[in-house]
Design a protein around this ligand. Sequence first.
Ligand SMILES: NC(=O)CC[C@H](N)C(=O)O
Length: 374
Amino acid sequence: MTQAMLVLEDGRVFYGETFGAEGETFGEVVFNTGMTGYQETLTDPSYHRQIVAMTAPHIGNTGVNDLDPESRRIHVAGYVVREPARVASNWRAQRSLDAELKAYGVVGIAMPGTRALTRHLRDRGAMRAAISSVETDPRALHARILASPQMAGADLAAEVATTEPYVVPARGETRFRVAAVDLGIKAMTPYRMAERGCEVTVLPATVTAEQILSLNPDGVFFSNGPGDPSTADRQVEALRGVLGSGTPFFGICFGNQIFGRALGLGTYKLRFGHRGVNQPVQDRRTGRIEISAHNHGFAVDAPLDGPFDTAFGRAEVSHVNLNDGCVEGLRLLDRPAFSVQYHPEAAAGPHDSTVLFDQFCALMQHARNLKEGV
Ligand SMILES: NC(=O)CC[C@H](N)C(=O)O
């Protein structure tokens, strides 16, 4: 085993052994608290340019398969685990996690200090970092970290999104046609719509409102994605055009942040964000609590004390996080549009929130009924 080190922007150094590829990598280091779902995490495009540290102490137990990935490749910039499983044991396992990380050239580190790292990030916040198995001087690596890009201000969606439109067919009869803007979309999202009878046309991140609306969709969706939502001006512009048309809208994660901005709200960076599969979110209308999957480092700044006015009529915060009180969902009260900051597609994660896909279908059905005068 080769020695490796993880160095943080504030100078803290951790030592361990290489896991996955050898080499050097830079990114924002964040922690993920999921006990399961490491393959979905690794392949979630929203982790582009992030070094992900797993708090679960044993990673790789079930190996890697070709069924669970959320995109075509591993997207994390680097991977931090406490102890890699020595044996991949599962009936679906096709390869080991170590081999998969090597195949994608993903530099990782196995180190005893993941708990200390998590406590450090919890107190000081997510920050830039590097993993290296080729550098021996932490100070030299630290200097390179200070020259690497920040996550705040990073415009990354177009780096991971499709450049060509493609169609995910409905399973069974086609009930609705959805235009989905890919900002780093996870594969399970169009799948959840397809299994409800939606034919989903996935569009590049730079698509305009005119291009979206020219498809005459029953509904429009904006996906999750990497980077700082304050940079997503083109997408905010496109969404304003969509909302103005009255076409039903649903957004997830980055899509929620863009929706917030389209309504005139601001976004801000959370200290350490939410990444895991057990975040409690409350639906403020029903009081019901959903345990949900999360991956966000930014949040929308919205009034929590009741409905507020926007250019598209009244809006309200529909969901809040019970851990830190941050905004987890928004809805318009006079138009068919809503979004959530968390991941109802549940890959990986509990299925408490998949009902939101049914609500999107219900909005599309309602809009169709109105159009047809039913
Ligand atoms: N999963 C996402 O869509 C993340 C959105 C945004 N990049 C954030 O970190 O908050």
